[in-house]
Design a binder for this molecule. Structure first.
Ligand code: NAP
Length: 293
């Protein structure tokens, strides 16, 4: 089996490149990565050339515009990569009878769905442009003839220049105390654990929408407290505040907890809790073994 990973130098992409080749269910599949330097996926001819050259059996489409606030002021660029490029990749998968796993986001929801969060078939209603552009990508994938999977994730952290736990760790070592938003709920996700969920889904091949996160919800404040505690600090150095105190160009959903019924129904092994995931990630940071060049 030949698996093509787009966005292979991004946070999730580079994790997939490391973990998929050793995922037991994939029996040593060939994993080929591409990023913007090899092919601009917003250019139809480059997508055509890429598929002709690689002829993949399955594609994991991670390439994206991921700057949520920047998407508000760069709408065309964000829509091009999240919407148009996904349409082009979906069409090429149809042509080559290749399966597609499209990585999407909790930000396709408006955050007003209640404390239990969203099931996979909940109605999309994004409240920021990034979410809208990713929802366009979902539309294109759902219309495919080839096998398709939409895999929504949230609050992703892992190898790469910046992510929330890493930023908290840096700020907590620089400042005596820190204000962190305590009125947004979501599910943190370690890229290593999501890569294993994707290994499971690709080897399974089922069609549909799946929610791939670590187990359990929290607020950003609770996540920051966990980081502080793992650093041996007094948790009271992390002070709760409201979203209104930290206005951002893009609105954030207040509660975008993702329920993972479809993944559980397939028998995907129980996902580690977010606390366990953050612990492993902070230990990795402490060991100095994590960063990519
Ligand atoms: N990060 C999160 O918290 C989060 C949460 C929910 C869902 N997701 C989704 O998860 C997926 C992976 O996220 P991530 O954080 O790993 O992303 P990332 O680190 O930003 O990586 C995205 C990659 O896509 C590449 N790319 C951008 N435009 C491209 C183009 N026109 N053609 C080809 N490649 C292009 C980027 O290259 P350059 O760096 O050279 O631009 C980058 O290597 C995305 O689909 C994202 O929407 C992420």
């Amino acid at each position: 089996m030949k698996i093509l990973v787009t966005g292979c130098r991004g946070m999730l992409g580079q994790t997939l490149m490391r973990r998929l080749p050793i995922y037991p269910g994939l029996n040593g599949a060939a994993v080929i990565g591409v990023d913007l330097a090899e092919a601009d996926l917003t250019e139809p001819s480059q997508v055509t050339d890429l598929f002709q050259r690689i002829q993949p059996d399955w594609v994991i489409h991670c390439a994206a515009w991921t700057d949520v606030d920047g998407a508000e002021s760069h709408r065309e660029a964000a829509m091009k990569i999240n919407g148009l490029a996904t349409e082009l990749v979906a069409a090429a998968c149809n042509q080559y009878n290749a399966g597609l796993s499209y990585i999407s986001t909790d930000y396709v929801f408006n955050g007003q769905g209640g404390a239990l969060g969203y099931s996979e078939d909940a109605v999309r209603d994004p409240i920021n442009f990034y979410g809208l552009s990713k929802a366009r990508g979902e539309d294109a994938v759902e219309a495919m003839q080839s096998p398709w999977q939409i895999v929504r994730t949230s609050w992703l952290f892992g190898h790469g220049p910046s992510n929330f736990p890493k930023t908290m760790r840096r700020l907590l070592s620089e400042k005596p105390c820190l204000k962190v938003v305590n009125d947004q709920w979501g599910c943190p996700t370690f890229a290593d654990d999501l890569a294993d969920v994707l290994g499971f889904l690709v080897s399974d091949g089922s069609r549909g929408i799946f929610h791939g996160t670590n187990f359990g919800p929290c607020t950003w404040h609770e996540l920051a407290i966990e980081v502080a505690t793992l650093m041996g600090l007094d948790p009271s150095v992390v002070v709760p505040c409201t979203t209104n105190e930290f206005p951002t160009p893009a609105l954030r959903p207040a509660c975008s907890i993702l329920q993972s019924h479809n993944l559980e129904a397939l028998g995907c092994e129980s996902r580690p809790s977010w606390q366990d995931a953050v612990k492993r990630y902070i230990e990795l940071l402490e060991s100095g073994k994590t960063e990519h060049p």
